[in-house]
Design a protein. Structure first.
Length: 410
């Protein structure tokens, strides 16, 4: 971490804080709305859906704002908006206030997510893969630490969680305003709509974004299918926590070693495809024992029953560690450097919509196979992984993916 400039070091700590603050609150929001405030499932779904739609649908605006106004200002504005949004969750119980909080917190994510990645890509130079590997470590750690702090704060009440999350984002906003260096913004060419048309006309980029549907769909199963499999195998709700802990420890110890080892060995497309294929294969061990009776009669049997699920989770984490840094490195190289934020924004819109469809398929498979075919959702994820890997290899064979420039020596 010390080998990178101050700006990147701050963005890494920022991402740790962002994920701690986010996962400290959001996983417990549905329970608060339903149980504490007595809202119906439909209203809870509306509040959560508005937050998700505000973020996923507006990524393109955040990316364009980073290109036109400068990533620094957009990052600071995004963190400030999330401070206000999370504070509203603590201060208001009425539906209009909760909807406003959801919109503001979603818009905040839409602003700073592409802006942070655009800033990181610009600052890292030819070390983008390593910078994004470190970024992944800090993000994963925050995603583990956040729920642990949130569960402790819930012993007080939900408002304590919301105010703590808002305080974290307020501190991040102040730190970025004080320390994050400002960079000159290149003069814009044409209109914002022209920028969008230019990116959307890049068919290779759109094809690559769609090929990433497998990565996002499978990564989301760390929060849906794998925890459910761990609980069913062991009969213990805490088994999901062991899966997260093991994955985070693997990420801390292996991510940088994997990225540095693979960076100079073969083309990036090959490693992206290998990572995606490994993510798909990760669902084979749990699929092999799906439908077997849950463990009973002691901790020894529960631990033994957890092994296939834990093995699958670790393989999935390793696949993400292989593929994700190179995916993030490739995105800005599809077009002009002045449109890096727009490329990240549209990438997250396209892959987010595709991943939502993929998650719907996995959810349907979980319901359809609950009694007669419990292996079905695991098989769907395997198919997603192999299809995405094949898509990347196909694009590589067509020479549609960016290639690192070869240094010419005198």
């Amino acid at each position: 971490m010390r080998a990178f400039p101050l700006a990147i070091r701050l963005l890494l700590v920022n991402q740790l804080g962002v994920n701690i603050g986010f996962y400290l609150l959001i996983p417990y929001l549905a329970t608060h709305l339903g149980e504490d405030l007595g809202m119906s499932a439909a209203v809870v779904g509306i509040v959560l859906g508005v937050r998700n739609l505000s973020q996923q649908g507006l990524f393109i605006l955040g990316g364009s704002a980073a290109d036109r106004l400068g990533a620094r200002g957009v990052i600071i504005a995004g963190c400030a908006l999330r401070t206000v949004g999370f504070a509203l969750f603590a201060l208001g119980d009425g539906l209009p206030v909760l909807l406003a909080a959801s919109i503001l917190s979603g818009l905040a994510g839409a602003l700073f997510n592409p802006a942070v990645r655009a800033y990181l890509a610009a600052e890292a130079g030819d070390r983008k893969a390593e910078a994004f590997a470190l970024f992944n470590i800090f993000a994963t750690t925050g995603a583990l630490v956040g729920p642990l702090i949130g569960s402790a704060l819930l012993l007080v009440d939900f408002r304590a969680s919301a105010l703590t999350a808002a305080a974290i984002f307020a501190l991040l906003t102040a730190a970025q305003a004080a320390v994050l260096p400002a960079r000159e913004v290149p003069a814009a060419r044409g209109s914002v709509l022209g920028d969008w048309r230019e990116v959307l006309a890049n068919r290779a980029f759109l094809a690559f974004s769609l090929a990433m549907v497998g990565m996002f769909t499978m990564e989301n199963q760390l929060y849906l299918l794998l925890p459910d499999g761990a609980r069913r195998a062991t009969g213990w709700d805490g088994a999901a926590g062991i899966v997260f802990l093991a994955g985070t420890l693997a990420n801390l110890t292996l991510q940088m070693r994997i990225t540095r080892t693979l960076k100079e060995r073969g083309r990036r497309a090959r490693w992206v495809a290998v990572g995606l294929a490994l993510m798909g294969v990760a669902f084979v061990p749990p699929m092999a024992v799906a439908g077997l009776p849950g463990a009973g009669g002691g901790a020894g049997r529960a631990a033994l029953a957890l092994v296939p699920v834990l093995a699958g989770a670790l393989l999935l984490y390793v696949g993400v560690m292989i593929a994700q840094p190179f995916v993030m490195e490739l995105i800005p190289e599809f077009g002009r450097a002045e449109l890096t934020g727009t490329y990240f924004g549209i990438f997250y819109v396209v892959s987010g919509i595709a991943a939502a469809v993929g998650n719907t398929v996995v959810g349907w498979a979980m319901d359809a196979g609950a009694h007669n075919a419990p292996w079905l959702p695991w098989a769907c994820c395997l198919a997603f992984g192999l299809a995405s890997a094949a898509g990347v290899l196909w694009l590589h064979r067509l020479r549609a993916l960016p290639v690192r420039p070869v240094a010419v020596t005198a």
